[in-house]
Design a binder for this molecule. Structure first.
Ligand code: NAP
Length: 279
């Protein structure tokens, strides 16, 4: 029997569709408002200084401070544009729901809906980045590897995991470096199998372990304040019934803890972390 941890591949040529939605428009308007305010006040302060109007400078600085307070109240500084690959998945849909409260999230996958991408195809990843423009974070919760008994796994079976979950996520980082704004982050996904495998998971465990090595090494060479982390979850509660026979005695992980792992990677300061969310 062959199982897929994840999904079947199905390339759709990297065609991307434009994101929409009321929430996204609101975020655009807030961002634009903030940028205009910044430019206007910088201009006002410079003009006052040039003309030697010290009283006006004081007023400008006072109002500037109020704007900063207003800004932090709205938490605009923490809003970012995030590409979330696998947003429609078992885990992805919960992470998307949480991240979109504070960020603009572009949902990506082979079926979109905002950006269409197949991570096993580098050209598709390039097309996605071109379509999205600069982003503040890339979160990948996608990638498949084939499950089967050791003696039944063919070479091609191993390459499914290597092309999709391993190199798919490596390509996301490699090709995404130039599209990530300063201070931006990559968050990849592995799983418990890297350290606590169960029978039939040699391919998935191998790929997860390789990704842990990749993240730790890549973190050392991140530039422009970029960060990279990986979230390694145990069997999540919504998937527990389906995979119960493969994980005897495992305690399924509540989805809220898994979601927090992704939030910690995106909004925290960690770099090179393997964020383990087991029991
Ligand atoms: N479920 C668990 O208990 C668990 C635990 C630990 C780790 N993980 C890992 O977490 C990841 C996601 O698991 P899941 O259970 O949420 O999977 P899932 O329910 O099968 O969802 C997969 C998501 O990824 C997208 N996707 C699949 N293949 C893709 C590709 N080649 N390119 C781009 N997008 C692709 C799918 O959308 P489209 O169909 O539109 O492409 C879907 O949104 C997997 O790597 C899995 O091994 C899962």
């Amino acid at each position: 029997m062959k199982l897929h941890s994840g999904f079947q591949s199905g390339h759709r040529g990297g065609k991307a569709v434009r994101p929409g939605g009321r929430r996204r428009n609101e975020l655009h308007i807030l961002r634009a408002f903030w940028r205009i305010t910044l430019v206007a006040w910088r201009h006002a302060i410079v003009m006052c200084c040039r003309e030697g109007r010290s009283g006006n400078v004081k007023w400008a600085l006072y109002i500037w401070r109020r704007v900063i307070v207003f800004h932090s109240t709205l938490k605009l500084s923490q809003m970012g544009k995030i590409i979330l690959i696998g947003a429609s998945g078992t885990i992805g849909r919960y992470v998307e729901e949480r991240l979109r409260k504070r960020h603009e999230v572009l949902r990506a996958g082979r079926k979109g809906p905002d950006l269409v991408v197949d991570i096993s195809e580098p050209s598709s990843i390039e097309a996605m980045y071109r379509e999205a423009g600069p982003v503040d974070a890339v979160v990948c919760i996608a990638g498949e590897a084939r499950w089967a008994p050791l003696e039944k796994l063919s070479e091609e079976d191993y390459y499914v995991g290597i092309r999709s979950k391993l190199m798919g996520q490596v390509h996301l980082v490699r090709l995404g470096l130039d599209h990530l704004n300063p201070g931006g982050s990559f968050t990849l996904t592995t799983g418990i199998l890297a350290e606590d495998p169960v029978p039939q998971t040699t391919s998935a465990a191998m790929v997860n372990g390789a990704l842990h090595g990749f993240v730790k090494a890549a973190a050392l060479e991140m530039k422009r304040g970029h960060r990279i982390n990986v979230v390694a979850a145990g069997l999540v509660e919504p998937a527990a019934e389906k995979y119960a026979d493969y994980f005897p005695g495992h305690n399924p992980v509540p989805m809220a803890r898994v979601v927090n792992g992704y939030v910690r990677s995106v909004e925290g300061r960690g770099n090179g972390e393997i964020i383990r969310v087991y029991w």
